[in-house]
Design a protein around this ligand. Sequence first.
Ligand SMILES: *Cc1c(COP(=O)(O)O)cnc(C)c1O
Length: 496
Amino acid sequence: MNLMYRSTRDSSNRVLASQAILQGLSTDGGLFVPEKIPVFSKTMEELSHLDYRELAFEVLKLYLTDYTEEELKDCIDKAYDDKFDTPEIAPLKKVGQAYYLELFHGSTIAFKDMALSILPHLLTKAAKKNNVKEEIVILTATSGDTGKAALAGFADVEGTKIIVFYPKDGVSSIQEKQMVTQKGNNTDVIGIFGNFDDAQTGVKAMFNNNELTDRMKKSGFRFSSANSINIGRLIPQIVYYVYSYVNLYRKKQIIEGEKINFIVPTGNFGNILAGYYAKCMCVPINKLICASNENKVLFDFFTSGRYDKNREFILTDSPSMDILVSSNLERLIYHIADNDSQKTATLMKALSSRGAYEITENMKTNLEGFIGGWASTEETRKAINQVYTESGYVIDTHTAVAASVYHRYTKETADQTKSVIVSTASPYKFAQSVLNAIQSEAIPAEDYEQAKMLKAVSGTEIPNAVEEIRNAPVLHKKVCETDKMQLVVENILKII
Ligand SMILES: *Cc1c(COP(=O)(O)O)cnc(C)c1O
Protein backbone atom coordinates (compact mmCIF):
# COMPACT_ATOMS: atom_id res chain seq x y z
CA MET A 1 0.00 0.00 0.00
CA ASN A 2 1.37 3.36 -1.02
CA LEU A 3 1.44 6.31 1.34
CA MET A 4 -0.55 9.06 -0.37
CA TYR A 5 -0.05 12.82 -0.09
CA ARG A 6 -2.94 15.26 -0.01
CA SER A 7 -3.23 18.99 -0.31
CA THR A 8 -3.60 21.08 2.84
CA ARG A 9 -6.37 23.05 1.08
CA ASP A 10 -8.37 20.30 -0.62
CA SER A 11 -8.14 16.75 0.65
CA SER A 12 -9.59 15.36 -2.58
CA ASN A 13 -6.30 16.27 -4.26
CA ARG A 14 -4.33 13.09 -3.59
CA VAL A 15 -1.07 12.07 -5.24
CA LEU A 16 1.82 9.64 -4.85
CA ALA A 17 5.10 10.78 -3.31
CA SER A 18 6.86 11.07 -6.67
CA GLN A 19 3.98 13.15 -8.06
CA ALA A 20 4.02 15.44 -5.03
CA ILE A 21 7.75 15.97 -5.55
CA LEU A 22 7.24 16.72 -9.24
CA GLN A 23 4.43 19.18 -8.66
CA GLY A 24 5.93 21.02 -5.69
CA LEU A 25 2.71 22.88 -4.92
CA SER A 26 -0.81 21.45 -5.28
CA THR A 27 -2.97 22.98 -8.03
CA ASP A 28 -5.26 24.50 -5.38
CA GLY A 29 -2.32 26.42 -3.91
CA GLY A 30 -1.99 24.09 -0.92
CA LEU A 31 1.03 22.09 0.18
CA PHE A 32 1.26 18.32 0.09
CA VAL A 33 1.25 16.44 3.38
CA PRO A 34 1.44 12.70 4.06
CA GLU A 35 -1.99 11.21 4.80
CA LYS A 36 -0.52 9.26 7.67
CA ILE A 37 2.72 9.76 9.51
CA PRO A 38 4.57 6.46 9.49
CA VAL A 39 6.46 4.96 12.43
CA PHE A 40 9.65 2.89 12.53
CA SER A 41 9.46 -0.86 12.71
CA LYS A 42 13.03 -0.95 14.05
CA THR A 43 13.87 -0.13 17.69
CA MET A 44 16.10 2.79 18.74
CA GLU A 45 18.75 0.24 19.62
CA GLU A 46 18.65 -1.15 16.07
CA LEU A 47 18.62 2.31 14.50
CA SER A 48 21.58 3.40 16.62
CA HIS A 49 23.90 1.07 14.73
CA LEU A 50 23.20 2.72 11.38
CA ASP A 51 25.27 5.41 9.71
CA TYR A 52 23.70 8.51 8.19
CA ARG A 53 23.01 6.97 4.81
CA GLU A 54 21.52 3.80 6.25
CA LEU A 55 19.33 5.84 8.55
CA ALA A 56 18.25 8.05 5.64
CA PHE A 57 17.13 4.92 3.87
CA GLU A 58 15.06 3.81 6.88
CA VAL A 59 13.28 7.17 6.94
CA LEU A 60 12.82 7.72 3.20
CA LYS A 61 11.43 4.28 2.50
CA LEU A 62 8.59 4.94 4.95
CA TYR A 63 7.58 8.15 3.16
CA LEU A 64 8.51 7.67 -0.49
CA THR A 65 6.75 4.39 -0.98
CA ASP A 66 6.42 4.53 -4.76
CA TYR A 67 10.21 4.58 -5.17
CA THR A 68 11.94 1.20 -5.22
CA GLU A 69 14.53 0.44 -2.55
CA GLU A 70 17.24 0.50 -5.24
CA GLU A 71 16.11 3.93 -6.42
CA LEU A 72 16.19 5.33 -2.90
CA LYS A 73 19.60 3.84 -2.18
CA ASP A 74 20.93 5.27 -5.42
CA CYS A 75 19.61 8.76 -4.56
CA ILE A 76 21.07 8.55 -1.04
CA ASP A 77 24.48 7.37 -2.26
CA LYS A 78 24.68 10.18 -4.79
CA ALA A 79 23.60 12.80 -2.25
CA TYR A 80 25.51 12.01 0.92
CA ASP A 81 28.96 11.33 -0.50
CA ASP A 82 32.26 13.19 -0.31
CA LYS A 83 30.51 16.48 -1.15
CA PHE A 84 30.28 16.48 2.63
CA ASP A 85 33.57 17.15 4.35
CA THR A 86 32.91 14.59 7.08
CA PRO A 87 31.67 11.00 6.77
CA GLU A 88 29.41 11.67 9.75
CA ILE A 89 27.45 14.06 7.47
CA ALA A 90 25.73 15.70 10.47
CA PRO A 91 28.13 15.72 13.45
CA LEU A 92 26.89 16.50 16.94
CA LYS A 93 29.25 18.55 19.15
CA LYS A 94 28.89 18.98 22.89
CA VAL A 95 29.60 22.59 23.85
CA GLY A 96 28.90 23.55 27.46
CA GLN A 97 25.62 21.92 28.44
CA ALA A 98 24.20 21.89 24.92
CA TYR A 99 24.75 19.82 21.80
CA TYR A 100 25.22 21.53 18.46
CA LEU A 101 23.98 19.60 15.45
CA GLU A 102 26.25 20.81 12.64
CA LEU A 103 24.29 20.76 9.40
CA PHE A 104 26.79 22.79 7.41
CA HIS A 105 29.28 20.21 6.17
CA GLY A 106 27.86 20.03 2.63
CA SER A 107 29.00 21.81 -0.51
CA THR A 108 27.41 25.21 0.25
CA ILE A 109 28.07 25.18 4.02
CA ALA A 110 24.45 25.69 5.10
CA PHE A 111 21.78 23.23 6.20
CA LYS A 112 19.89 23.49 2.90
CA ASP A 113 22.47 21.04 1.53
CA MET A 114 20.97 18.30 3.69
CA ALA A 115 17.88 18.20 1.46
CA LEU A 116 19.05 19.85 -1.75
CA SER A 117 21.82 17.31 -2.28
CA ILE A 118 19.17 14.64 -2.69
CA LEU A 119 16.20 16.51 -4.21
CA PRO A 120 17.56 16.62 -7.81
CA HIS A 121 17.94 12.84 -7.76
CA LEU A 122 14.48 12.28 -6.28
CA LEU A 123 13.05 14.64 -8.87
CA THR A 124 14.69 13.17 -11.98
CA LYS A 125 13.63 9.69 -10.85
CA ALA A 126 10.09 11.00 -10.28
CA ALA A 127 10.03 12.43 -13.81
CA LYS A 128 11.03 9.08 -15.28
CA LYS A 129 8.49 7.19 -13.19
CA ASN A 130 5.68 9.45 -14.31
CA ASN A 131 6.70 9.57 -17.98
CA VAL A 132 7.29 13.29 -17.90
CA LYS A 133 8.62 14.35 -21.27
CA GLU A 134 8.98 18.07 -20.62
CA GLU A 135 12.14 19.69 -19.38
CA ILE A 136 11.76 20.55 -15.66
CA VAL A 137 12.25 24.19 -14.75
CA ILE A 138 13.15 24.64 -11.11
CA LEU A 139 11.94 28.06 -10.08
CA THR A 140 13.32 29.20 -6.77
CA ALA A 141 13.05 32.17 -4.47
CA THR A 142 15.86 32.39 -1.96
CA SER A 143 16.73 34.32 1.16
CA GLY A 144 20.35 33.38 0.40
CA ASP A 145 21.09 29.75 1.17
CA THR A 146 18.46 27.81 -0.75
CA GLY A 147 19.56 29.48 -3.98
CA LYS A 148 23.14 28.29 -3.87
CA ALA A 149 22.28 24.86 -2.52
CA ALA A 150 19.69 24.36 -5.27
CA LEU A 151 22.06 25.66 -7.94
CA ALA A 152 24.79 23.31 -6.77
CA GLY A 153 22.32 20.42 -6.70
CA PHE A 154 20.80 21.00 -10.13
CA ALA A 155 23.75 22.39 -12.13
CA ASP A 156 24.10 20.33 -15.32
CA VAL A 157 21.50 17.79 -14.20
CA GLU A 158 20.06 16.50 -17.46
CA GLY A 159 16.45 17.39 -18.23
CA THR A 160 16.39 20.33 -15.80
CA LYS A 161 16.88 24.09 -15.79
CA ILE A 162 17.16 26.16 -12.65
CA ILE A 163 16.21 29.82 -12.23
CA VAL A 164 16.93 31.52 -8.90
CA PHE A 165 15.60 34.89 -7.68
CA TYR A 166 17.26 36.51 -4.67
CA PRO A 167 16.83 39.89 -2.93
CA LYS A 168 19.67 41.97 -4.37
CA ASP A 169 20.30 43.82 -1.10
CA GLY A 170 19.13 41.12 1.28
CA VAL A 171 21.89 38.49 1.28
CA SER A 172 25.44 38.38 2.63
CA SER A 173 28.35 39.14 0.34
CA ILE A 174 29.52 35.51 0.40
CA GLN A 175 26.00 34.29 -0.31
CA GLU A 176 25.73 36.55 -3.34
CA LYS A 177 29.16 35.61 -4.62
CA GLN A 178 28.36 31.92 -4.25
CA MET A 179 25.30 32.33 -6.44
CA VAL A 180 26.55 34.68 -9.15
CA THR A 181 29.64 32.53 -9.77
CA GLN A 182 27.58 29.37 -10.28
CA LYS A 183 28.64 27.32 -13.31
CA GLY A 184 26.35 25.12 -15.39
CA ASN A 185 24.62 25.72 -18.71
CA ASN A 186 21.19 25.23 -17.18
CA THR A 187 21.54 27.86 -14.43
CA ASP A 188 20.20 31.43 -14.18
CA VAL A 189 20.47 33.76 -11.19
CA ILE A 190 18.62 37.07 -10.91
CA GLY A 191 18.79 39.72 -8.19
CA ILE A 192 15.45 41.45 -7.55
CA PHE A 193 14.88 44.93 -6.15
CA GLY A 194 12.75 43.68 -3.30
CA ASN A 195 12.92 41.40 -0.27
CA PHE A 196 12.58 37.64 0.10
CA ASP A 197 8.80 37.77 0.53
CA ASP A 198 8.55 39.64 -2.80
CA ALA A 199 10.66 36.95 -4.44
CA GLN A 200 8.57 34.17 -2.92
CA THR A 201 5.30 35.85 -3.89
CA GLY A 202 6.51 36.32 -7.47
CA VAL A 203 7.51 32.68 -7.76
CA LYS A 204 4.24 31.43 -6.28
CA ALA A 205 2.31 33.63 -8.72
CA MET A 206 4.09 31.97 -11.65
CA PHE A 207 3.34 28.50 -10.28
CA ASN A 208 -0.34 29.41 -10.03
CA ASN A 209 -0.54 31.10 -13.45
CA ASN A 210 -2.38 28.60 -15.66
CA GLU A 211 -1.93 30.64 -18.81
CA LEU A 212 1.83 30.61 -18.28
CA THR A 213 2.02 26.90 -17.48
CA ASP A 214 -0.03 26.08 -20.59
CA ARG A 215 2.30 28.13 -22.74
CA MET A 216 5.31 26.43 -21.14
CA LYS A 217 3.85 23.02 -21.76
CA LYS A 218 3.48 23.80 -25.46
CA SER A 219 7.18 24.66 -25.56
CA GLY A 220 8.17 21.53 -23.66
CA PHE A 221 8.67 22.88 -20.13
CA ARG A 222 7.08 22.37 -16.74
CA PHE A 223 7.76 24.05 -13.40
CA SER A 224 8.85 22.38 -10.24
CA SER A 225 10.05 23.78 -6.96
CA ALA A 226 13.18 23.37 -4.88
CA ASN A 227 11.77 25.55 -2.11
CA SER A 228 10.85 23.98 1.18
CA ILE A 229 7.22 23.85 0.09
CA ASN A 230 8.32 20.74 -1.82
CA ILE A 231 7.79 17.63 0.28
CA GLY A 232 11.02 16.33 -1.27
CA ARG A 233 12.86 18.94 0.79
CA LEU A 234 11.04 18.23 4.01
CA ILE A 235 11.36 14.46 4.24
CA PRO A 236 15.16 14.25 3.93
CA GLN A 237 15.32 16.75 6.82
CA ILE A 238 13.54 14.35 9.18
CA VAL A 239 16.62 12.15 8.99
CA TYR A 240 18.93 14.37 11.02
CA TYR A 241 16.46 14.70 13.88
CA VAL A 242 16.36 10.93 14.18
CA TYR A 243 20.12 10.79 13.67
CA SER A 244 20.74 13.23 16.55
CA TYR A 245 18.61 11.18 18.84
CA VAL A 246 20.22 7.84 18.05
CA ASN A 247 23.64 9.48 18.13
CA LEU A 248 23.07 10.73 21.69
CA TYR A 249 21.77 7.29 22.61
CA ARG A 250 24.76 5.52 21.06
CA LYS A 251 27.16 7.82 22.88
CA LYS A 252 25.29 7.06 26.13
CA GLN A 253 24.36 10.70 26.64
CA ILE A 254 20.72 9.67 27.05
CA ILE A 255 18.91 6.47 27.96
CA GLU A 256 16.35 4.87 25.66
CA GLY A 257 13.11 6.82 25.70
CA GLU A 258 14.63 9.91 27.37
CA LYS A 259 13.16 13.03 25.81
CA ILE A 260 15.31 15.79 24.33
CA ASN A 261 14.67 19.39 23.20
CA PHE A 262 15.57 20.88 19.85
CA ILE A 263 16.11 24.60 19.35
CA VAL A 264 15.78 25.51 15.69
CA PRO A 265 16.68 28.83 14.04
CA THR A 266 13.62 29.37 11.89
CA GLY A 267 12.51 31.31 8.84
CA ASN A 268 10.23 29.47 6.46
CA PHE A 269 9.40 26.83 9.10
CA GLY A 270 10.78 23.97 6.99
CA ASN A 271 13.56 22.76 9.25
CA ILE A 272 11.56 22.70 12.47
CA LEU A 273 8.57 21.11 10.74
CA ALA A 274 10.78 18.13 9.94
CA GLY A 275 11.44 17.93 13.69
CA TYR A 276 7.68 17.86 14.26
CA TYR A 277 7.35 14.94 11.85
CA ALA A 278 10.17 13.15 13.68
CA LYS A 279 8.27 13.68 16.91
CA CYS A 280 5.08 12.32 15.34
CA MET A 281 7.14 9.27 14.31
CA CYS A 282 7.66 8.66 18.04
CA VAL A 283 11.21 10.01 18.33
CA PRO A 284 11.21 11.08 22.01
CA ILE A 285 11.16 14.85 21.70
CA ASN A 286 10.09 17.09 24.57
CA LYS A 287 10.01 20.65 23.22
CA LEU A 288 10.56 22.02 19.75
CA ILE A 289 11.74 25.55 20.34
CA CYS A 290 11.23 27.85 17.39
CA ALA A 291 13.86 30.62 17.40
CA SER A 292 13.20 33.77 15.35
CA ASN A 293 15.24 36.89 14.75
CA GLU A 294 13.69 40.38 14.88
CA ASN A 295 11.20 39.35 12.21
CA LYS A 296 9.40 37.57 15.03
CA VAL A 297 6.12 36.72 13.37
CA LEU A 298 6.40 33.12 14.58
CA PHE A 299 7.20 34.08 18.16
CA ASP A 300 4.04 36.20 18.21
CA PHE A 301 2.09 33.35 16.67
CA PHE A 302 3.21 30.82 19.27
CA THR A 303 2.50 33.19 22.13
CA SER A 304 -0.85 34.57 20.94
CA GLY A 305 -2.32 32.18 18.35
CA ARG A 306 -2.49 35.04 15.88
CA TYR A 307 -0.37 35.15 12.74
CA ASP A 308 0.09 38.68 11.47
CA LYS A 309 2.53 39.59 8.73
CA ASN A 310 1.48 43.26 8.70
CA ARG A 311 4.67 44.72 10.07
CA GLU A 312 7.96 46.18 9.01
CA PHE A 313 10.39 43.79 7.29
CA ILE A 314 13.69 44.02 9.16
CA LEU A 315 17.07 43.21 7.58
CA THR A 316 19.15 41.41 10.23
CA ASP A 317 22.51 39.65 10.55
CA SER A 318 20.69 36.35 9.99
CA PRO A 319 19.32 37.03 6.49
CA SER A 320 18.17 33.46 5.83
CA MET A 321 15.59 33.99 8.56
CA ASP A 322 14.37 37.39 7.37
CA ILE A 323 10.93 36.15 6.43
CA LEU A 324 7.41 37.29 7.31
CA VAL A 325 5.43 34.61 5.50
CA SER A 326 6.61 31.22 6.74
CA SER A 327 5.23 28.96 4.02
CA ASN A 328 5.61 25.67 5.82
CA LEU A 329 3.56 26.79 8.78
CA GLU A 330 0.57 25.93 6.60
CA ARG A 331 1.40 22.26 7.07
CA LEU A 332 1.42 22.62 10.85
CA ILE A 333 -1.84 24.59 10.72
CA TYR A 334 -3.39 21.71 8.80
CA HIS A 335 -2.22 19.14 11.34
CA ILE A 336 -3.29 21.12 14.42
CA ALA A 337 -6.68 21.64 12.76
CA ASP A 338 -6.95 17.82 12.90
CA ASN A 339 -6.17 17.57 9.16
CA ASP A 340 -9.08 19.80 8.19
CA SER A 341 -8.36 21.16 4.71
CA GLN A 342 -11.37 23.46 4.63
CA LYS A 343 -10.34 25.15 7.83
CA THR A 344 -6.77 25.48 6.53
CA ALA A 345 -7.96 26.95 3.22
CA THR A 346 -10.04 29.54 5.07
CA LEU A 347 -7.12 30.63 7.24
CA MET A 348 -4.75 30.82 4.27
CA LYS A 349 -7.27 32.90 2.38
CA ALA A 350 -7.34 35.32 5.30
CA LEU A 351 -3.55 35.42 5.23
CA SER A 352 -3.44 36.37 1.57
CA SER A 353 -6.29 38.90 1.73
CA ARG A 354 -5.72 40.51 5.13
CA GLY A 355 -2.20 39.35 5.97
CA ALA A 356 -3.39 37.80 9.22
CA TYR A 357 -5.41 34.99 10.78
CA GLU A 358 -6.18 33.61 14.21
CA ILE A 359 -6.38 29.95 15.18
CA THR A 360 -9.07 28.38 17.38
CA GLU A 361 -8.66 27.39 21.04
CA ASN A 362 -8.62 23.74 20.05
CA MET A 363 -5.81 24.36 17.59
CA LYS A 364 -3.87 26.23 20.26
CA THR A 365 -4.09 23.18 22.51
CA ASN A 366 -2.59 21.09 19.71
CA LEU A 367 0.40 23.44 19.61
CA GLU A 368 1.56 22.13 22.94
CA GLY A 369 5.13 20.95 22.50
CA PHE A 370 6.13 24.06 20.56
CA ILE A 371 7.70 27.08 22.20
CA GLY A 372 8.41 30.35 20.44
CA GLY A 373 11.46 32.45 21.23
CA TRP A 374 13.30 35.29 19.56
CA ALA A 375 16.55 37.21 19.80
CA SER A 376 17.45 40.76 18.83
CA THR A 377 20.55 41.53 16.77
CA GLU A 378 22.30 42.63 19.95
CA GLU A 379 21.39 39.42 21.78
CA THR A 380 22.55 37.38 18.80
CA ARG A 381 25.95 39.09 18.91
CA LYS A 382 26.15 38.46 22.65
CA ALA A 383 25.38 34.77 22.16
CA ILE A 384 28.20 34.38 19.61
CA ASN A 385 30.52 36.13 22.01
CA GLN A 386 29.41 34.16 25.05
CA VAL A 387 29.76 30.75 23.41
CA TYR A 388 33.16 31.70 22.04
CA THR A 389 34.41 33.12 25.34
CA GLU A 390 33.22 30.15 27.37
CA SER A 391 34.31 27.36 25.04
CA GLY A 392 36.24 28.65 22.01
CA TYR A 393 33.48 27.35 19.73
CA VAL A 394 32.43 29.74 16.96
CA ILE A 395 28.84 29.76 15.77
CA ASP A 396 27.22 31.65 12.89
CA THR A 397 24.57 34.34 13.25
CA HIS A 398 21.60 32.02 12.58
CA THR A 399 22.74 29.40 15.03
CA ALA A 400 23.36 32.23 17.49
CA VAL A 401 19.69 33.22 17.38
CA ALA A 402 18.91 29.70 18.57
CA ALA A 403 21.71 29.77 21.15
CA SER A 404 20.39 33.03 22.57
CA VAL A 405 16.86 31.66 22.79
CA TYR A 406 18.23 28.52 24.44
CA HIS A 407 20.19 30.50 27.04
CA ARG A 408 17.13 32.50 27.97
CA TYR A 409 14.85 29.46 27.98
CA THR A 410 17.04 27.47 30.36
CA LYS A 411 17.39 30.47 32.65
CA GLU A 412 13.67 31.17 32.75
CA THR A 413 12.36 27.61 33.01
CA ALA A 414 15.19 25.68 34.68
CA ASP A 415 14.30 22.89 32.23
CA GLN A 416 17.07 20.28 32.58
CA THR A 417 16.15 18.33 29.44
CA LYS A 418 19.17 17.66 27.20
CA SER A 419 19.03 20.07 24.33
CA VAL A 420 20.21 20.08 20.74
CA ILE A 421 20.80 23.43 19.06
CA VAL A 422 20.38 23.02 15.35
CA SER A 423 23.38 24.68 13.73
CA THR A 424 22.35 25.81 10.28
CA ALA A 425 25.36 27.54 8.76
CA SER A 426 29.11 27.64 8.95
CA PRO A 427 30.45 30.80 10.61
CA TYR A 428 32.54 31.27 7.45
CA LYS A 429 29.40 32.10 5.54
CA PHE A 430 28.76 35.13 7.74
CA ALA A 431 32.35 35.88 8.68
CA GLN A 432 32.00 39.64 9.04
CA SER A 433 29.13 39.58 11.52
CA VAL A 434 30.73 36.72 13.44
CA LEU A 435 34.10 38.50 13.69
CA ASN A 436 32.35 41.66 14.80
CA ALA A 437 30.85 39.75 17.68
CA ILE A 438 33.99 38.03 18.95
CA GLN A 439 36.88 40.42 18.54
CA SER A 440 37.60 44.11 18.57
CA GLU A 441 40.32 44.44 15.91
CA ALA A 442 39.52 46.11 12.60
CA ILE A 443 37.97 43.64 10.18
CA PRO A 444 39.32 43.49 6.62
CA ALA A 445 36.85 44.39 3.88
CA GLU A 446 37.73 41.53 1.57
CA ASP A 447 35.85 38.24 2.06
CA TYR A 448 38.84 35.96 1.89
CA GLU A 449 40.82 38.08 4.33
CA GLN A 450 37.89 37.79 6.73
CA ALA A 451 37.95 34.03 6.32
CA LYS A 452 41.65 34.00 7.17
CA MET A 453 40.99 36.05 10.28
CA LEU A 454 38.19 33.70 11.32
CA LYS A 455 40.49 30.74 10.82
CA ALA A 456 43.05 32.33 13.13
CA VAL A 457 40.47 33.06 15.82
CA SER A 458 38.56 29.79 15.67
CA GLY A 459 41.30 27.30 14.84
CA THR A 460 39.07 25.71 12.18
CA GLU A 461 39.86 25.14 8.51
CA ILE A 462 38.55 27.45 5.79
CA PRO A 463 35.86 25.39 4.04
CA ASN A 464 36.19 24.47 0.40
CA ALA A 465 33.06 26.50 -0.45
CA VAL A 466 34.94 29.67 0.53
CA GLU A 467 38.15 28.72 -1.30
CA GLU A 468 36.13 27.92 -4.40
CA ILE A 469 34.62 31.37 -4.92
CA ARG A 470 37.85 33.22 -4.19
CA ASN A 471 38.83 33.89 -7.77
CA ALA A 472 35.71 32.65 -9.52
CA PRO A 473 34.38 34.89 -12.31
CA VAL A 474 30.91 36.43 -11.99
CA LEU A 475 28.70 34.61 -14.49
CA HIS A 476 25.30 36.04 -13.59
CA LYS A 477 24.58 39.76 -13.70
CA LYS A 478 20.82 39.97 -14.28
CA VAL A 479 18.69 42.16 -12.02
CA CYS A 480 14.99 43.02 -12.22
CA GLU A 481 12.06 44.77 -10.55
CA THR A 482 9.70 42.50 -8.60
CA ASP A 483 6.90 42.93 -11.15
CA LYS A 484 9.15 41.81 -14.02
CA MET A 485 10.02 38.35 -12.71
CA GLN A 486 7.70 36.53 -15.08
CA LEU A 487 9.05 38.44 -18.05
CA VAL A 488 12.58 37.41 -17.11
CA VAL A 489 11.52 33.76 -16.95
CA GLU A 490 9.74 33.99 -20.32
CA ASN A 491 12.91 35.45 -21.83
CA ILE A 492 15.13 32.74 -20.42
CA LEU A 493 12.81 30.02 -21.73
CA LYS A 494 12.24 31.94 -24.98
CA ILE A 495 8.47 31.53 -24.73
CA ILE A 496 7.44 35.14 -25.25
C1 LIG B 1 17.13 28.58 5.53
C2 LIG B 1 17.90 28.82 6.76
C3 LIG B 1 17.27 28.91 8.01
C4 LIG B 1 15.77 28.81 8.16
O1 LIG B 1 15.28 27.53 7.88
P1 LIG B 1 13.73 27.34 7.57
O2 LIG B 1 13.59 25.94 7.15
O3 LIG B 1 13.42 28.31 6.46
O4 LIG B 1 12.99 27.67 8.81
C5 LIG B 1 18.06 29.09 9.12
N1 LIG B 1 19.41 29.21 9.02
C6 LIG B 1 20.04 29.14 7.84
C7 LIG B 1 21.50 29.31 7.80
C8 LIG B 1 19.32 28.93 6.67
O5 LIG B 1 19.96 28.85 5.51
